[in-house]
Unconditional design. Sequence first.
Length: 263
Amino acid sequence: MWKWEAENPKGTIVIVHGAQEHHGRYTWLVDQWMATGFNVLMGDLPGQGLSTRRRGHIDNFDEYIEEVEKWIKEAYLLKPPVFVIGHSMGGLAVIRTLQEKSPLLVAGVILSSPCLKLTHQPTKKMDVLSKGLNFILPKAKFDTGLTVDKATRNDKVIAKYDDDELYITKVSVRWYRELVQSMNHAFTSIHTFPDVPLLLMQAGDDLIVDKEASAIWFNSLSIKAKSYREWEGLYHEIFNEPERDQVFRYAKAFFNLQLEGSE
């Protein structure tokens, strides 16, 4: 876990990264939040980044939930109020953490292209095969086929991909089955999502997650303060896109609004 402390901070933001990636891909975003007066806390999820144990593999999605809960609690030791940003699978991990570990004292949540359904589903044959392998060879790895050029149109970010030794290209069968189960749980347990201010920002041209699933989940959510914004033309990693300054300003306005409401 890493902590970046701003001068005279007005709160702390926990960032939860997506699948295959790691905290090092969020340098720009961390710098933006610090310049705005927020502390930032971030770690690498189990099996990813510098958390090299069982790389690309988890035994249970609860490993992510326990880690995110730990980060949120640690953030309160820095400076409350605490805000959370979850991107893609990290967004799913945030959803499941708040559903399972409520009540956690969170002042606001931003979900960035949350992974609630994949755009490309495996064939029925492959789905059945993965269920069998999940019991026989749960640690067997397969190539996800997801490359950075499918996640962002930002040439500078794409250029860094070839030199990024921490970027994961293969995940285990168990990891995939746990992901599928957790996406289902995000919907079936939607009534347990706490009543915290939420901004869901979805990439309009998402090649990785199904944007319609994000809208369905959001519209089914019964909380008092929720906002939805689809960024037309942007790829999956909205905070890495050429338009990221605009995306950040929107996110900053949302968190600042929650700060004003808490005064």
